[in-house]
Each structure stands twice: as structure tokens, then as C-alpha cells.
Design a protein around this ligand. Structure first.
Ligand code: SF4
Length: 265
């Protein structure tokens, strides 16, 4: 097997997690781990991101901060005012009271909205602290700790879950919660951020839910699911892989960070 895998995309049958991260990062990266939101803002942005697109949640977050200026002001605001500000994010009637409730609970528990103390906690304790907040489950807690505080917290979203299944890294009947445990054990802490960003980007851009572009896939040769999709008539790029050492034409938009205005038409 060639040593410089990203030049050829050739893999032995089956793909290791290390090779998958390396090949995807060569294709979509490098990933800038900064800038990040400070953790309380990441909490709010994560709530706004639930069940909507990056564009919608980014617009809602910008409107919220433009309207109130600080999260302390959001915590004091009427729910109706918050709801009005975050309408572009969808589910505003659910998310507005949740945001106010979460911010006030953080103030009650911590005395301020500064959550940087989480960084000093063991990972499991930091996750548990966040999960006491309404609407913050394992995935959201992982995202907040990983993307705001740089901690090696695993977060399996729908794209990562799908890619892991198709690559055979987890079984087809493994639940999302179990997948979280399996992948947390499989990925070394130093690679958790890179794993998350490369797999989510791959799932969004290439290994899409309905029509995976296997011909554009850097891990196609090691993917046990590829033949199944190649056999499906009409799957774009499902012919022979044309993998090359090329990076995305435009910089990869990092997940879990508000997009700039120009990227949210
Ligand atoms: S070969 Fe196809 S199914 Fe397999 S990871 Fe690549 S895009 Fe997904």
C-alpha cells in the first residue's frame, strides 16, 4: 500500500479510523480550530441550531445578539422579545423560553454566564454539568465542550453517524448513543476535533444521505458500502472513483459556528 495515501486514495479493503480522518482532512482541511464562541454563546447557538440549517441558526443568532447585545440582557428579556429575534431559526416558540430558562439556570448555578470553569473539570464531569441544562443532550454537550473549550468531547450528529455506519466503523444496528461510546473509545483525544469536522464535512458534501457521491469519495476504496451505491442506477459519481489530491475549491465552513452574513442568503 502506498505510504502517501492521500495522493492516491487507495486503501486496503476496510478503512481504519486513522486513515479515514487523514484522508478526509487532506481533502477538506486544514481545519482552523479558531475562532470559537465563548461557551455560554455556544450553548445558545447550539440550542438555535437544533432542527434547522446552519444558515437559519446563524441568522437567528446574529439577530439575537444585535437585538440584545449581551446574553445577560437576553436572560432578562421577555420571552416574546427573544422569540421575535430568533424567528429565522425556526421553532422560535420552543427555543425562546428554553434559551431564557437555560441562561437563568446557568446564572443561578454559577453566579455568572462565564462557563470557562468547565475547562478545568474532568471531561465526564463537564459533560454532566452541561447536561443538567434543559435541551442540552450528549451531542450538544459534546459540541459545546469541543468547539468552545477545545476539550476532546465526542459528538455524533446525523452526518457522522451515517458515515461511520457506511464505512463499517459501527454496525448497522448500533444506536446513536452507542455509536457515541464506540467512537469515543476509537478516536484518540488529540484527533476528536479533526474527526468531527472531517466526518461531518464528508457527510454533508459527499456521503450524503440520499445520493452519496462515491466517485468523489476519498475513502471509497476502503468503503464496504460503495458497491451497494455503485449498483444503484442514477447515483451521481457512482462509477469508478476519481480520487485525487485536491482540496475543496472553497474553504470548509466549520460547523457549530455562526456563518457570516454573506453565507446565509
Ligand atoms: S464510498 Fe460512498 S458510501 Fe462509502 S463513504 Fe464514500 S460516499 Fe459514503
Amino acid at each position: 500500500m502506498p505510504t502517501d495515501l492521500h495522493l492516491t486514495g487507495r486503501l486496503e479493503p476496510g478503512v481504519s479510523i486513522d486513515d479515514a480522518i487523514r484522508l478526509m482532512s487532506a481533502r477538506y482541511g486544514p481545519f482552523d480550530e479558531k475562532p470559537r464562541l465563548e461557551p455560554a454563546r455556544e450553548v445558545v447557538f447550539t440550542i438555535l441550531s437544533q432542527h434547522t440549517s446552519d444558515a437559519n441558526s446563524s441568522r437567528a443568532f446574529r439577530r439575537l445578539m444585535d437585538r440584545f447585545g449581551t446574553l445577560e440582557a437576553v436572560a432578562l428579556a421577555d420571552v416574546a422579545q427573544i422569540e421575535k429575534a430568533i424567528i429565522p431559526g425556526g421553532l422560535a416558540r420552543v427555543k425562546a423560553p428554553r434559551i431564557k430558562q437555560v441562561l437563568n439556570l446557568v446564572l443561578e448555578l454559577n453566579g455568572s454566564l462565564d462557563l470557562s470553569f468547565l475547562q478545568e473539570m474532568p471531561l465526564d464531569e463537564a459533560k454532566a454539568w452541561l447536561r443538567q441544562l434543559p435541551g442540552i443532550g450528549p451531542k450538544s454537550a459534546g459540541i459545546i465542550l469541543c468547539f468552545s473549550l477545545g476539550m476532546p468531547a465526542m459528538a455524533i450528529d446525523t452526518h457522522i453517524y451515517r458515515v461511520c455506519q457506511r464505512l463499517g466503523l459501527i454496525g448497522s444496528k448500533v444506536t446513536a448513543d452507542k455509536a457515541h461510546d464506540i467512537m469515543e473509545a476509537a478516536v484518540v483525544p488529540e484527533q476528536v476535533f479533526e474527526f468531527h469536522v472531517s466526518f461531518i464535512t464528508h457527510g454533508r458534501q459527499v456521503c450524503k444521505a440520499q445520493r452519496p457521491c462515491c466517485g468523489e469519495c476519498v475513502v471509497a476504496d476502503g468503503c464496504p458500502s460503495r458497491d451497494q451505491f455503485v449498483a444503484q442506477e442514477g447515483v451521481p459519481g457512482s462509477e469508478a472513483p476519481v480520487i485525487a489530491d485536491r482540496r475543496a475549491a472553497t474553504p470548509t465552513q466549520l460547523p457549530h459556528f455562526p456563518q457570516a452574513e454573506g453565507n446565509t442568503p
